[in-house]
Ligand binder design. Structure first.
Ligand SMILES: [Zn+2]
Ligand SMILES: [Zn+2]
Length: 343
């Protein structure tokens, strides 16, 4: 089978390897589509561990079930989540499944950017999903990224009627726009610097899309005016730009929550003013990955089209052109979600 080996964004080599055998409790999946994530473009994160087979947003067909598998059989169309929690450690007991050591250690093998992969017994038992009839494999690849969005919406404690500011409208930002509408958020300001993305956000239903002014204080005044309150109850920063994070901290309402969703480089920092947090009782939080409960809701939102999956996929590439797909994703020029497709 063909397997893509990542060295850096410009060097991805397709190698030939034997098709793996599923062990007891495992399934072998023939990959039909796998999404390219911004995380697949972060060289500072990936190259120290290269060569790597990436691809954590796969959908495909079960071609072989290992001994003892009862939940799935040959021919089933599935989306497989790449990380699964143990459910019993201290973090799992508190519901912080994405912080579980087992969660971080579990992977599909060798990854979604390969013609076949195996999923472990834990994956099969806890976070593998039959695609509903009529749902394409491409849309199935959105289960994982959408689950990350849902994870963040839950972590931010967003409730119906909250006023929300969303900063950044890449593919994830557009999923936020739709998920927030489903969540009962009617008061939403979306910030985006790039014009073509502003237009996309409007197409996806964002009621008010703005380019942030250079002065965060001025922006805070504008938010107060739009929401007729002291700021946004919840702020989601879905942009890696440090200025976006500083803006987020300035436009939050008293008692509000700011959630950092995007990942800057480990050596990047922003000034934090504890007195501003203190006098406004701000909560600053963040959100990493998604758990087995989030993926279930994500599949539902895609099935009922509360989130329009088809409109989110803009580019398709064969495995041989993965490097191009990664560069396209990193460029932020004209693409939403890039997907690798297999015949
Ligand atoms: Zn991802
Ligand atoms: Zn655990």
């Amino acid at each position: 089978m063909k397997v893509a080996c990542y060295y850096n964004n410009h060097d991805v080599r397709v190698e030939e390897r034997p098709v793996p055998e599923p062990g007891p409790g495992e399934i072998l999946v023939r990959t039909k589509a796998c999404g390219v994530c911004v995380a697949d473009t972060m060289e500072w994160y990936l190259t120290p561990r290269a060569p790597l087979t990436l691809g954590h947003e796969p959908a495909g067909v079960v071609v072989k079930a290992g001994a003892g598998v009862t939940g799935f059989r040959e021919g089933d169309r599935v989306a497989v989540h790449h990380h699964v929690p143990c459910l019993v450690c201290e973090h799992c007991r508190r519901g912080n499944y994405t912080l579980c050591t087992t969660f971080k250690k579990t992977h599909i093998h060798p990854g979604g950017f390969a013609e076949y992969f195996t999923a472990s017994a834990l994956h099969v038992e806890r976070d593998t999903h039959l695609l509903p009839e009529g749902m394409s494999f491409e849309i199935g690849t959105l289960v994982e990224p959408l689950a990350c969005v849902i994870h963040a919406v839950k972590k931010a404690g967003i409730r119906p009627g909250d006023s929300v500011a969303l900063i950044g409208t890449g593919a994830m930002g557009l999923m936020f726009v739709q998920t927030l509408a489903f969540w009962g958020v009617r008061k939403l300001i979306v910030y985006e610097i790039l014009e073509w993305r502003q237009q996309k956000a409007r197409e996806f239903g964002a009621p008010l899309v703005l380019a942030p002014s250079a002065d965060p204080e001025e922006e805070a005044r504008r938010v107060r005016q739009v929401f007729a309150s002291d700021g946004a109850d919840k702020v989601i920063v879905a942009a890696k730009d440090l200025r976006a994070m500083e803006l987020g901290l300035r436009i939050a309402n008293k008692g509000g929550t700011v959630l950092f969703f995007a990942t800057p480089k480990p050596d990047e920092s922003i000034p934090l003013f504890p007195s501003h947090l203190f006098f406004n009782e701000l909560t600053l939080t963040s959100s990493y990955s998604a758990d087995h409960l989030d993926t279930r809701l994500a599949l539902d939102l895609l099935r009922c089209e509360a989130v329009n999956g088809a409109a989110l996929i803009s580019h398709r590439y064969p495995l041989e052109r993965l490097s191009e797909a990664i560069q396209q994703t990193a460029s932020r020029q004209g693409s939403l979600k890039c997907v690798i497709t297999f015949d």
